[in-house]
Design a protein around this ligand. Structure first.
Ligand SMILES: Cc1cc2nc3c(=O)[nH]c(=O)nc-3n(C[C@H](O)[C@H](O)[C@H](O)COP(=O)(O)OP(=O)(O)OC[C@H]3O[C@@H](n4cnc5c(N)ncnc54)[C@H](O)[C@@H]3O)c2cc1C
Length: 272
């Protein structure tokens, strides 16, 4: 079958990876989505309550399979330190993903997949394909009316004098990047039309509560993206929209733990 995937973020590339062996895949993307600004935290208990998330183990295993395929240099598997109610604890399974390297590595690993840099405006443009998969992140609402909501997220790109060898997670978080001396501080949750830079800058005070040296960080840049999540709960949405179109979206702030698992499930739903 000829399958068009619209969107080359975590979800689109995971779908391409799992569909590529049985089908001819073309991935279209004409922009930059949330995956490009993701701060890269992957662990089994995201969310404020720090409880294991639904399908945590399968999600971790599936994500690690893709991360390894994308290359060892795309992530750090050295745990995450969590500060919870004044206690410091290690999440040994925690992984820090260098999102841009991961996306580039996974794209390369998806052998046989054709990539087209193009913004799809109408589904009629894809009439030559047997199936269409919309992995369009926050743009998905322009294709179909689905029970989803948008939340803006910002993070800071900072220079740090002391190296940050492992991700730190409390109220806010600090993650190392592939570049020595540069870390990301995230993330805001904003229910407004546009990102507010003042809110982003407040992240420094927030993380300094559990990591005081953060006060000396120099802010180099502010990145922003839009998450899209279910109106109720947090489980991503995999839905058939019509006879030939699927939507795979609603990953909220749990894109890393669910993208690979849902990519695999989608591949098992499509006709061969
Ligand atoms: C600041 C921030 C920090 C985050 N940190 C984390 C984290 O630490 N861990 C974690 O698990 N998650 C994190 N997230 C959430 C994570 O980024 C998302 O869950 C994930 O990116 C969703 O992936 P996606 O592929 O569904 O969507 P996206 O990454 O948004 O990809 C959608 C793609 O579709 C393309 N597209 C859309 N419409 C069209 C069209 N018509 N034609 C062509 N292309 C189109 C866009 O250009 C885009 O590339 C963070 C999000 C933000 C904003």
């Amino acid at each position: 079958m000829r399958i068009a995937i619209v969107g080359a973020g975590y979800a689109g590339l995971a779908a391409a990876w799992h569909l590529r062996k049985k089908h001819a895949i073309t991935v279209f993307d004409g922009g930059v989505g949330a995956s490009h600004v993701s701060t890269g935290l992957l662990h089994p208990a995201p969310g404020r309550k720090a409880l294991p998330t639904w399908k945590a183990q399968e999600g971790m295993e599936s994500a690690l399979e893709l991360l390894e395929a994308a290359g060892r240099h795309t992530h750090l598997r050295n745990g995450i330190v969590r500060f919870l109610s004044g206690q410091r604890q290690m999440i040994p399974e925690g992984v820090t993903v260098f999102s841009k390297l991961y996306l580039a590595g996974l794209k390369k690993a998806c052998s046989g997949v054709v990539y087209v840099q193009h913004w799809v405006s109408r589904l009629e443009e894809l009439a030559d394909f047997d199936q269409i998969v919309l992995t369009t992140g926050a743009e998905t609402l322009s294709w179909a009316s689905l029970p989803l909501k948008k939340t803006i997220g910002q993070c800071l790109v900072c220079r740090c004098d002391e190296p940050i060898p492992v991700s730190l997670l409390g109220q806010g978080h600090i993650t190392p990047t592939e570049e020595e001396g540069i870390c990301l501080v995230g993330s805001t949750y904003e229910h407004t039309e546009r990102p507010d830079p003042q809110k982003a800058l407040q992240l420094i005070d927030q993380v300094a509560q559990f990591y005081p040296p953060a006060k000396t960080f120099r802010v180099l840049d502010i990145l922003s993206g839009t998450r899209i999540s279910p109106k109720v709960g947090y489980k991503p949405l995999m839905q058939k929209i019509d006879a030939t179109t699927w939507a795979l979206t609603g990953f909220g702030s749990r894109g890393l733990i669910y993208h690979a698992l849902f990519g695999k499930w989608l591949a098992s739903c499509l006709p061969i």
